[in-house]
Design a binder for this molecule. Structure first.
Ligand code: MN
Length: 135
């Protein structure tokens, strides 16, 4: 059983329905939920709150999710936060732009709930493992 207490997930998503759906799924798993609806806000919230996991949309106002991901992965303060990129725009996980962003996982929309839960749990475990081994 995954220990969820005190763990939080940052969702960066500008579509209100997706935000609601992802937020509900993350909360149902027992994690805290942080929300940003544009790229710059997602970047600043990641720095401010150091979430255990980020779910990142690609098409966002201000700054794309791939740009935000790249910026977080280039910064040693935030590079260990796992990031799942998600988009409906026909991109695949092996797309060069997705890979170049440095993200840790990819999910195509519409999201399958079971896949979503598996990916969140898997990356959250990895995040906890990194924290433990960094002690
Ligand atoms: Mn979007």
């Amino acid at each position: 059983m995954l220990e969820t207490e005190g763990k939080c997930v940052l969702i960066v998503e500008d579509n209100p329905l997706n935000m609601k759906l992802f937020g509900a799924m993350v909360a149902a798993q027992g994690f805290g939920v942080l929300q940003a609806t544009n790229g710059p806000r997602g970047l600043s919230m990641a720095h401010q709150h150091r979430p255990d996991l980020i779910i990142m949309d690609v098409n966002l106002p201000g700054m794309s999710g791939l740009e935000v991901t790249q910026a977080l992965k280039a910064d040693e303060e935030t590079r260990d936060i796992p990031i799942i990129v998600t988009t409906a725009y026909g991109l695949r996980g092996d797309d060069p732009a997705i890979r170049a962003s440095g993200c840790d996982g990819f999910m195509a929309k519409p999201i399958a709930i079971s896949e979503f839960l598996d990916v969140v749990e898997c990356l959250m475990m990895r995040s906890l493992h990194r924290r433990l081994t960094a002690l």
